[in-house]
Design a protein around this ligand. Structure first.
Ligand code: NDP
Length: 262
């Protein structure tokens, strides 16, 4: 198939859906995944299909696959291969916050394990498997820009003592980006991190009031919530290969949250 193919994990809602819509609009055939059922992902698939300029044969694919589980990851890639036959862009977006924001002195080990499995182990090994496939494509289809984009977080560097496991997972994602960038460059695969700040989504719904107050009182240089579309714009640029000679880079999409000011 001539059309480029993108896979976005966690693409049925939130930031992932924003990315999937943007990539469909950019002309990719799009696959998305998540924990929800196929039925529950129907609306997202329809929205993505509306963006892909009605080209027959390229309808979006949804695969129910928990990124933390090895067998589900393998099934996900197989489904993409069977439907589209190639993979040009992987966006590791699926992620969770800890079930409760607990102080470091009280946080529970099972929440640590769950956050690490979804946010770090899952994308790390999905990258391993997707990269093996992309390397085979590099040998059979030839050179061409292929990209892996990890959705990290400002929490990779900003310490929040009420969600240590989340911060650690995103610090791990930052290193995973550098590791895979170093390993995959020889195969023409760029690996990047997009690092969002405070973005409107289900994940931040429970702390909306807190962040409204912080934004109003000057936390950000750009005084507004970030949107899924803001993050998707950064992914789009990286997926298209418009930042050459920049593998391993971090694109910060945080309205200035992490810009030091005096
Ligand atoms: P949401 O909670 O709104 O959406 C999370 C998405 O991830 C859903 O599509 C969900 O699918 C999927 N998902 C969660 N766990 C799994 C799993 N085990 N296997 C497969 N899919 C899974 O979060 P956001 O859209 O806000 O976050 C997306 C990414 O952006 C995350 O990595 C997050 O850490 C990161 N981020 C978010 C920020 C924010 O302010 N919102 C800021 C910085 C980074 P389903 O619904 O099917 O469970």
């Amino acid at each position: 198939m001539a059309k480029r193919v993108a896979l976005v994990t966690g693409g049925a809602r939130g930031i992932g859906l924003g990315i999937a819509l943007r990539l469909a609009d950019d002309g990719y055939a799009v696959a998305i995944s998540g924990r929800r059922s196929v039925e529950e992902a129907k609306d997202a698939v329809e929205l993505i299909n509306e963006c892909c300029h009605g080209e027959p044969g390229f309808g979006a694919l949804y695969v129910q696959a928990d990124v933390a589980e090895g067998r589900a990851r393998a099934r996900l890639l197989l489904a993409v291969e069977e439907r589209f036959g190639r993979l040009d862009v992987l966006v590791n977006n699926a992620g969770i916050a800890p079930p409760v924001r607990a102080d470091l002195l009280e946080a529970r080990e099972e929440h640590f394990d769950a956050v690490m499995a979804t946010n770090l182990k899952g994308p790390y090994f999905l990258t391993q498997a997707a990269a093996a496939w992309m390397i085979r494509q590099h040998e059979s289809l030839g050179a061409g820009h292929r990209a892996i984009v990890n959705i990290g977080s400002v929490s990779a560097t900003v310490a929040s003592t009420n969600r240590g496991e989340y911060c650690l997972s995103k610090a791990g994602v930052a290193m995973a980006t550098r590791l895979w960038a170093a390993r995959l460059a020889e195969f023409g695969i760029g690996v990047y991190e997009v690092r969002p700040g405070i973005i409107e989504s289900d994940m931040t719904e429970g702390v909306r009031g807190k962040y409204d107050t912080l934004i109003a009182s000057g936390l950000l240089i750009e005084k507004r919530w970030g949107t899924a579309a803001d993050v998707a714009s950064a992914v789009s640029v990286l997926a298209r290969g418009e930042l050459p000679y920049a593998t391993g880079s971090v694109l910060v999409v945080d309205g200035g949250l992490t810009q030091q000011r005096l």
